[in-house]
Design a protein around this ligand. Structure first.
Ligand SMILES: Nc1nc2c(c(=O)[nH]1)N[C@H]1C(S)=C(S)[C@@H](COP(=O)(O)O)O[C@H]1N2
Ligand SMILES: [Mo]
Length: 402
């Protein structure tokens, strides 16, 4: 177990971050200015300084300036856990149990077997918490007060879940595939974190049991030795330290499926459905909504007049593909297309950039808006929901031309 003593405190002022300015000034009615964009930087073992949202359980987000890289380095990747008992797992001791009533074979895999006995595949995919940007919800909602950084983009390598399920002899009656991790609640009263996905999503060739992240073993905090990767879907299904995979012929009944991570039906422009878990009014969250982030500018940043302003950022969605990203410098009256950068695949962050010449000194609000191949676009107004999920309100960064 990690103790408070093993955490190295890092002074906010001692940090040089690329891209100018860590502290944004986002005014919100019910939180002091700067609460969300600033926060305390602390260093978990094996990580670079991240913004601490809570310590027990550990919830740390990635500062925006780190997103100037399209791939989020492992040391800078955000950390989110629900439960407090997070064991240190040694690869040699780790076992993955595969079975369930929807499987005809039960078996156990060692780390070496997972690596050797299944074809290794790679996918670049965004892992984004359903509640990313919850801290900007107005009115305020309870939950971890995430800013923009409860997300990251990595090259994941692992075995296809469908290949593992093929060895288990998946029966056609299987409706869901359930995952459990090695972490556990400190009290019996808290339900264990167990999640399921529909069988069709588990059989998608991009859904992996990943054992490498950006060419290295997964960091402890991101699920060493192996985690589930569900490209396109929010990170709640990306089970870390996975120790059990079960094929279910009945929908999983658990707090984390029936109560948490649900959204109102019909409010978001989503396509993927999770029919076996739907109620009359709510559905489990599925794919990510189209979104973008300005990465090289922050609120209040000074830019010298007379020179061109470069705006850089990222865009992503649930895997349909980014069609365009536009920027407005006149409060949304007119929009201009940005230039899209390298395409690392439909589940990856897509970089974009834009240049403009400011008219003269003064404040300029820079707005960015991404649209995907399904014709979905970021929203002007928050689609309010109680848990604060799927915030893709068009971002506004106000810079100072001086
Ligand atoms: N075992 C386990 N896996 C988990 C969780 C957890 O609490 N325990 N949280 C999930 C949620 S809600 C998120 S947002 C992601 C966070 O992944 P990261 O910590 O690698 O950034 O892990 C997912 N997998
Ligand atoms: Mo999450």
């Amino acid at each position: 177990m990690t103790t408070r003593r093993s955490i190295l405190k890092t002074a906010i002022g001692g940090l040089a971050l690329a891209g100018g300015g860590l502290i944004g000034r986002l005014a919100r009615a019910d939180l002091p200015a700067g609460t969300i964009e600033s926060g305390t930087l602390e260093t978990l073992p094996g990580k670079q300084p991240l913004l601490k949202r809570s310590f027990r359980p550990p919830n740390f987000e990635t500062p925006v300036a780190y997103f100037n890289d399209v791939i989020t380095p492992n040391e800078r990747f955000f950390v989110r856990w629900h439960l407090m008992n997070i064991p240190q797992v040694a690869a040699a001791d780790w076992r993955l149990a595969v079975g369930g009533e929807g499987a005809t074979q039960e078996f156990v895999l060692s780390f070496e077997q997972l690596r050797q006995e299944f074809e290794p595949v790679e996918v670049v995919a965004v892992c984004q918490c359903s509640g990313n940007r919850r801290g900007f919800s107005d009115p305020h909602v309870p939950g971890v007060e995430w800013g923009h950084g409860a997300m990251g983009n990595a090259r994941w390598k692992g075995a296809r879940l469908k290949d593992i399920l093929a060895r288990a002899g998946l029966r056609k009656e299987s409706v869901e595939i359930a995952f459990n991790g090695a972490d556990s609640p400190p009290l019996e009263a808290t339900p264990d974190f167990v999640k399921s996905i529909p069988a069709w999503k588990a059989l998608d060739e991009n859904t992996l049991v990943a054992y490498e992240m950006n060419g290295a073993p997964l960091p402890h905090w991101n699920g060493f030795p192996a985690r589930i990767v569900v490209p396109g879907w929010t990170a709640t299904y990306w089970m870390k330290q996975v120790i059990s995979i079960r094929a279910l012929t009945q929908p999983l009944s658990s707090f984390w499926m029936n109560t948490a991570y649900r959204i109102p039906k019909g409010k978001f422009p989503l396509i993927d459905r999770f029919v076996s878990q739907e109620s009359d009014t709510t559905t489990p969250i599925t794919e990510m909504v189209v979104n973008s982030l300005i990465t090289n500018l922050s609120d209040g940043q000074r830019v010298a007049s007379g020179s061109a302003v470069v705006v850089k950022g990222l865009a992503w969605d649930g895997g349909y593909g980014i069609r365009r990203v536009e920027v407005s410098i006149d409060e949304g009256r007119t929009w201009e297309r940005t230039e899209l950068g390298t395409d690392l695949g439909r589940y990856s962050f897509r970089p974009w950039s834009f240049n403009f010449r400011p008219r003269g000194p003064g404040r300029v609000a820079v707005l960015a808006r991404a649209s995907n191949a399904q014709g979905s676009t970021q929203t002007d107004q928050l689609i309010f929901n109680g848990p604060g999920y799927h915030n893709n309100v068009i971002q506004k960064v106000v810079i100072d031309i001086a």
